[in-house]
Design a protein around this ligand. Structure first.
Ligand SMILES: [Mg+2]
Length: 237
């Protein structure tokens, strides 16, 4: 049988954070110098957050402005799904903006990235109920509460995508609950590849993380394709 895969949009395929930071400056709200990511406490007041969201909702088709995190991996997901006959559903709780419906904006965006005929569900509320209703095998999400919800309320497995892994407490908590943790969409898709091959033989009997979760080891001996001058460390340093 083919995999039924749920994929969260913001934080997994789309870089919501950087678009929200741009919206903040366009709305006249000043952010911490290093951006939202740098602050551990709430960097913005609820009034500022409301001001940014008001700006977003007033901007026609704001959701098509977002950048993809890993463009090649969106294409890979499409091609793998076609080849292996997976059914992929993108899920989101994005608020409405002026212009087209959130569903259409999201579909438009995904097609622009090379994922054709995307199924997008704009569902508020429990991801667990959704995973159950859709009979998902696995959901990829960047929020641990969604992953916990999914494994509690359905038989789907959950893969937590943590792009920032400096705080290991979230990761430890996830793993202790049987949630697989990855650092990129690329790794998440490696996990799906593996899950596809083991589920063919052992559907329904993969209870423990060790049964289904494998991340390929990567060698870091290549410099990044897009150098970030603040992060690249020369080997001779
Ligand atoms: Mg998300």
């Amino acid at each position: 049988m083919s995999l039924r895969v749920g994929v969260d949009l913001d934080g997994v395929v789309a870089n919501f954070r950087s678009a929200f930071e741009s919206a903040a400056s366009e709305a006249g709200v000043s952010l911490p110098v290093a951006g939202l990511e740098a602050s551990t406490n709430d960097p913005l007041s609820s009034r500022d957050i409301r001001k940014i969201w008001d700006y977003v909702k007033r901007t026609p088709n704001w959701w098509v402005r977002l950048s993809p995190y890993e463009p090649a991996q969106i294409v890979r997901l499409y091609e793998t799904a076609r080849r292996l006959r997976w059914e992929v559903v993108f899920v989101t709780r994005r608020p409405v903006t002026i212009g087209d419906p959130v569903q259409f904006q999201s579909q438009w965006w995904l097609e622009q990235q090379g994922f054709f005929y995307p199924a997008v569900l704009t569902v508020p509320g429990s991801r667990g109920e959704l995973a159950n209703a859709l009979r998902l095998d696995v959901l990829i999400d960047d929020q641990i509460h969604n992953c916990v919800d999914v494994i509690s309320a359905s038989t789907a497995k959950a893969v937590l995508l943590l792009r920032d892994r400096t705080d290991s407490s979230v990761e430890d908590h996830a793993v202790s609950r049987g949630i697989g943790v990855v650092g990129s969409l690329e790794e998440a898709l490696d996990v799906l590849d593996h899950l596809h091959s083991v589920l063919r033989e052992r559907r329904g009997r993969l209870q423990r993380l060790a049964d289904w979760f494998v991340v390929k080891p990567r060698t870091d001996d290549r410099l990044p394709i897009r150098p970030d001058p603040h992060r690249v460390t020369l080997r001779n340093d």
